[in-house]
Design a protein. Structure first.
Length: 279
């Protein structure tokens, strides 16, 4: 494939994420210093459709099916919280009654969600129907806080059993998260943390059954640079055990449009670098 054509295809692919993807806008509320907004009309439509339908029993099989229903359906959400709910914030602990709970939409209002994995094997856990414990993390990058929503499957039904907020430095992904916050907000820092070259792979626009590959040189990166979520991000722990891995796969997955982008980072010594983009 000619380099010129490859350049155009890669640029178009990443532009799709920029235009239907990530942009920051101010929002009110103590927990909303910044909200990443993307394709909100489609997300709002999807949320409305989900909220108007009763959740099928099969949705308790896969956690992803459940969490979309949980985040969009207020009636279901109230039923699937174990009240009084244990809420921990640092060293402070309290029990929350049903009347004190505020509807939590998670990532439904932004049209995409993000995931962090150490390797591709961990990504298979998303489709594992045998898991009974999942943690949804809301990571406030600027405030360096992580709010964890703990779900257990009890008698075949997913239930929210605890909310725990702690410092980001205590998180298993702390090193990567500190790096990512700078990478997403500082263009000069971002440029310094690009591998040479950055490998790209994605679907071939001329053949639905083929994949195209190519390389992006750091000096041409400004033409491709994604607008990454930077206020806060989400992560879902399906049971993956994080280690002091030298690799992180950062996934941005569209809710309504079916788009997905993977950014693979590797740690060289003490520094993380972006090594690969995959669609």
């Amino acid at each position: 494939m000619k380099k010129g054509f490859l350049f155009v295809v890669i640029a178009f692919t990443l532009m799709m994420w920029t235009t239907t993807g990530c942009s920051d806008k101010k929002a009110s509320g103590a927990d909303s210093a910044m909200i990443d907004s993307t394709d909100t009309a489609a997300a709002d439509t999807l949320e409305q459709l989900i909220s108007e339908q009763p959740m099928p029993k099969a949705a308790d099989e896969l956690f992803d099916d459940f969490i979309f229903n949980f985040a969009a359906n207020k009636k279901l959400q109230m039923k699937r919280i174990q009240f009084p709910l244990k809420v921990v914030n640092g060293k402070t602990e309290k029990m929350l009654n049903k009347g004190q709970w505020k509807m939590e939409h998670f990532f439904m209002n932004q049209g995409y969600y993000t995931l962090i994995f150490d390797n591709r094997r961990q990504m298979n856990l998303v489709k594992d129907t045998s898991i009974n414990h999942v943690v949804v993390e809301k990571i406030y990058l600027k405030r360096k806080k992580v709010k964890q929503y703990v779900f257990n499957r009890i008698n075949g039904q997913w239930m929210l059993v605890e909310v725990n907020t702690g410092a980001m430095y205590q998180n298993n992904n702390a090193s990567f998260l500190n790096f990512y916050q700078k990478f997403a907000t500082d263009s000069a820092y971002q440029t310094r943390h690009l591998d040479n070259p950055i490998h790209f792979s994605g679907p071939d626009p001329d053949d639905d059954f083929s994949t195209m590959t190519g390389d992006i040189a750091p000096e041409t990166w400004p033409a491709f640079a994604l607008e990454l979520p930077s206020g806060f991000i989400y992560n879902i722990m399906y049971g993956q055990k994080y280690t002091q891995s030298n690799q992180k796969i950062f996934v941005m997955r569209g809710i309504a449009n079916g788009m997905e982008m993977e950014l693979t980072f590797r740690r060289h010594g003490k520094e993380w670098k972006l090594t690969k983009l995959s669609e």
